[in-house]
Design a protein around this ligand. Structure first.
Ligand code: GDP
Ligand code: K
Ligand code: MG
Length: 301
């Protein structure tokens, strides 16, 4: 991208932390769009999802490229290993890291966190969900993290209510290097529409099914046709076992129908257009363990 003034600032901001601390909620707050899916279940986010914002601060144009990442866990499947490599990759690229914890969380030993602590990148430690704690509890947590973690700043926030998000933004912008924009100024994300369609369907699966079913499911958008007044989307839902297929469908197909309606409504909001959604449930044994399958599903970093 040419012809940008030398004073332009740009950089990558990685949002990392344990599952369920509120990373995706924060990302959506910072970007001002619902790019990343949010549920109360751990491991909802499987990919690195980028959200891009452009603006002007103190007379200087800037571009921030946020990455939401999967929660830091100890890998149990090949899928998890790939998820953790998204996290490591996003730390390596980062100009600023937002390490998100919440008011309930304790520090614990983990490769990814150790690697982060050894890296040179500036870290802002965010204590999220302070809407659920007293002032004293927040002060205690701040003191606790000062002892256990190297960070340039510790900021208590509520990603849900937007509390102190402005302060997080200031913390980022003052650490942003001089750099031309990385992406065209009209782009909101690096991910194609098909990806968001599959993520939205996956979110509804997480919301509607219990136990292992959401974790054993993957959604592949096999058709995405935008017509003048409607988008026609065809999605394959992969599961690992026939029993999971039966649960997903539900009696007389009731459950999959409900999930499909919820997904369609959300897809219509996201794309601002009428959507026709077709879903096919397929058994693909052990897709979480197969390299070839994971590559096809985009876990190829
Ligand atoms: P992630 O796994 O780190 O991406 O976390 P999510 O963004 O998916 O959020 C996990 C859960 O915590 C969801 O139920 C959110 O609504 C909730 N949550 C996120 N931020 C806050 C917050 O600031 N306050 C409260 N009370 N809940 C929050
Ligand atoms: K989550
Ligand atoms: Mg998430």
């Amino acid at each position: 991208i040419e012809n940008f003034p030398a004073a332009h600032k740009a950089g990558f901001v990685s949002i990392v932390g344990k599952p369920n601390v509120g990373k995706s909620t924060l990302m959506n707050q910072l970007v001002g769009e619902r790019l990343s899916i949010i549920t109360s279940k751990a491991q909802t986010t499987r990919h690195r999802i980028m959200g891009i914002i452009n603006g002007t601060h103190d007379g200087t144009e800037f571009q921030l490229v946020y990455s939401d990442t999967p929660g830091i866990i100890k890998p149990q499947y090949k899928l998890h290993e790939s998820m953790m490599s998204f996290v490591r990759g996003s730390i390596e690229d980062a100009d600023v890291v937002l390490f998100v914890t919440d008011i309930f969380e304790q520090h614990d030993e983990n490769d990814v966190i150790e690697r982060l602590q050894k890296s040179e990148v500036p870290i802002l430690l965010l204590i999220n969900k302070v809407d659920q704690a007293t002032q004293d509890q927040v002060q205690e947590k701040i003191a606790y993290w000062q002892e256990h973690f190297r960070a340039e700043a510790i900021i208590p926030i509520s990603a849900l209510n937007g509390f102190n998000i402005e302060q997080v933004f200031d913390g980022i912008i003052t650490r942003l290097p001089q750099h031309p924009p990385y992406f065209p100024k009209d782009e909101l994300t690096d991910k194609p529409e098909r990806f968001f369609a599959s993520e939205i369907i996956r979110e509804k699966i997480f919301l509607n099914y219990k136990k292992e079913v959401p974790y054993s499911s993957e959604v592949v958008v096999i058709g995405f046709k935008e017509k003048e007044d409607i988008i026609v989307i065809q999605a394959e839902i992969l599961v690992e076992r026939p029993t999971q297929r039966a649960i997903l469908l539900g009696e007389g197909g009731k459950m999959i129908k409900k999930t499909g309606i919820m997904a369609r409504e959300e897809l219509e909001r996201f794309f601002g257009k009428k959507v026709f959604l077709e879903q096919f449930v397929k058994v693909e044994p052990d897709w979480r363990q197969k390299d070839k399958m994971l590559r096809r599903l985009g876990y190829d970093e």
